[in-house]
Write a protein that binds this ligand. Structure first.
Ligand code: ZN
Length: 289
């Protein structure tokens, strides 16, 4: 073989060896860019905030974590519910709300903290989490002065269900709450904060007031967040009249439990008073018996 034949063989060999790596690099770049764009439009979460939020690159990285692009696309497609998400006020008042419970461990701990801090909150509960053993937690919520609202029965996206299925989701959960507390709930937070016109009308025709939020963090991503992050992020988002959304169920909520006292202390130091949703928004929590 002549020297130039050897040289060309060498060039071809090196191209073949490098191609997979180059393709991989291109793919990861595209993947990253896609995530970067999507995150502008939608918060990566189980629940969407009422309005798009902007994040720094560091925050984006934390939020994106291992999420897959198709999941991101789905979140981006979610429309924010036309619910009440805050009170327009300069007064230093906020409402603490909790979703996805009751949970035998974390809801109990949260109720203990709220009792100790003399703070009342609003719980949006998932019907099929109210196993017989957790009924006592619903009872304790009302005994302690908290408000109980509906967060569906199975935590499915209500937009994907038929009208009949949606009404079943609401009725089964409201019925369970009424059986335990003797009060029929009127407040509803749709799973993922996801509605379209049809589901919004359906929920309102059913007699519920839709409550969303104005201050939420990714406390539902239990493996990615620390109590310090939850506290810091919530405090950065809080404003007079805010509805704060945290999660007491669905998975490991230890970081939320650990963050809660810090959040309460800091907001108290800033002069905030904690109200329930009916107190904050002047809406009825329960139907007249
Ligand atoms: Zn939820």
């Amino acid at each position: 073989m002549y020297w130039y034949q050897q040289f060309f063989s060498f060039l071809i060999g090196i191209s073949i060896a490098l191609t997979p790596g180059f393709l991989f690099w291109i793919t990861t770049q595209a993947h990253f860019n896609f995530q970067g764009e999507t995150i502008q439009a939608a918060f990566v979460s189980n629940d969407l905030p009422a309005a798009p939020l902007n994040f720094s690159l560091a925050e984006k990285t934390l939020l994106i974590g291992e999420e897959k692009p198709d999941v991101l696309r789905e979140y981006a497609a979610m429309e924010a519910c036309q619910g009440i998400n805050k009170r327009d006020t300069q007064e230093k008042v906020v409402a603490l709300t909790f979703d996805d419970g009751p949970n035998g461990i974390y809801t109990s701990e949260i109720l203990d903290i709220l009792q100790k801090e003399q703070v009342r909150a609003t719980f949006f509960v998932v019907g099929n989490e109210i196993a017989p053993t957790e009924e006592r937690l619903i009872g304790r919520m009302t005994q302690d002065g908290h408000i109980v609202g509906v967060h569906s029965f199975s935590h499915r996206d209500l937009r994907t269900l038929s009208k009949l299925e949606r009404e079943e989701e609401m009725e089964k959960t409201a019925g369970l709450i009424k059986r335990i507390t003797e009060e029929r709930p009127l407040l509803m937070r749709p799973p993922y904060g996801a509605c379209n016109k049809e589901t919004t009308k359906n929920i309102e025709d059913f007699g519920f007031t839709i409550i969303t939020w104005s201050a939420m963090t990714n406390d539902y991503e239990d493996l990615k967040v620390t109590p310090q992050w939850i506290t810091q992020d919530i405090l950065a988002r809080v404003h007079p009249g805010a509805i704060i959304d945290l999660h007491d169920g669905g998975d490991n909520r230890l970081p939320t439990v650990q963050a809660l006292p810090q959040i309460i202390h800091e907001l108290k130091n800033q002069g905030y008073t904690f109200l329930t949703i009916p107190e904050l928004l002047q809406v009825e929590a329960y139907a007249n018996r």
